[in-house]
Design a protein around this ligand. Structure first.
Ligand SMILES: Cc1cc2nc3c(=O)[nH]c(=O)nc-3n(C[C@H](O)[C@H](O)[C@H](O)COP(=O)(O)OP(=O)(O)OC[C@H]3O[C@@H](n4cnc5c(N)ncnc54)[C@H](O)[C@@H]3O)c2cc1C
Length: 188
């Protein structure tokens, strides 16, 4: 298994990418131009990745082995073959591979935040529309927050940070205006 620090390291390799999320699809698309072959293996036929990423990988002609998982890695000094098992039929196939990219996601760990008394929902911090948590003067923004309809994107996190900061300002200084004004309205 391999974390991918430099795509060029895999030039000319047969690559097997394991996973069905954004990371798997990003790496499959990135390695396609440099690798000899790229195959994507995923446990189901449903992908969590953005639809555009899935369509890009499909357009690149990358072989997608769905309802399948890696059941063995073979080689002597180096990886030479990967065994893929179909989850329903249990049939196995061996594919040539010198690289396996395990893009299986990550587990967010709240660490000490768990002990703070924050209201948590599915390991995320519940916030209201001000980005305020249940604790006085504690605000949150970004992927770690949760509320109905939450979309985990960079642009959303930026907006939430602005909302959190401006609402926090009114808590620190009750006379402060919630809306900070537009920079374009400021006089020179
Ligand atoms: C593979 C992948 C592809 C994506 N592609 C896109 C995309 O194309 N467009 C898009 O808009 N979004 C994309 N996203 C989502 C986007 O990355 C997140 O929405 C965004 O990064 C969230 O920002 P954040 O600051 O809330 O959290 P993060 O970016 O996760 O930052 C949290 C930071 O906190 C640090 N940290 C954690 N614990 C502690 C601690 N105890 N003390 C101090 N620091 C700590 C972490 O090291 C990290 O640097 C993608 C996500 C993934 C996983």
């Amino acid at each position: 298994m391999y974390f991918v620090p430099d795509p060029a390291v895999h030039a000319g390799h047969d690559v097997v990418v394991v996973g069905g999320g954004d990371s798997a699809f990003d790496w499959a698309a990135l390695l396609a131009p440099v690798a000899r072959s790229v195959r994507l293996v995923h446990r189901t036929a449903r992908f969590r990745a953005h639809r555009a990423s899935v369509e890009k990988v499909q357009a690149l002609g990358i072989d997608m082995l769905t309802d399948s998982e890696v059941s063995g890695l073979y080689g002597a000094a180096h990886l030479e073959e990967v065994e893929i098992r179909h989850r329903a039929t249990k049939d196995t196939t061996r594919l040539p591979a010198q690289t396996v990219v395990a893009a299986l996601g990550f587990i967010a760990d709240l660490g000490p935040l768990r002990e703070w008394g924050l209201t948590l929902q599915a390991r995320r911090i519940a916030v209201d529309t001000r980005m305020a948590t249940n604790l006085p003067r504690v605000f949150a923004a970004g992927d770690i927050t949760d509320y109905p309809g939450k979309v985990r994107l960079i642009s959303v996190g930026f907006g939430e940070a602005a909302t959190a900061v401006n609402n926090a300002a009114t808590v620190i200084d009750p006379e402060a205006a919630l809306f900070p004004g537009h920079s374009t309205e400021k006089e020179n």
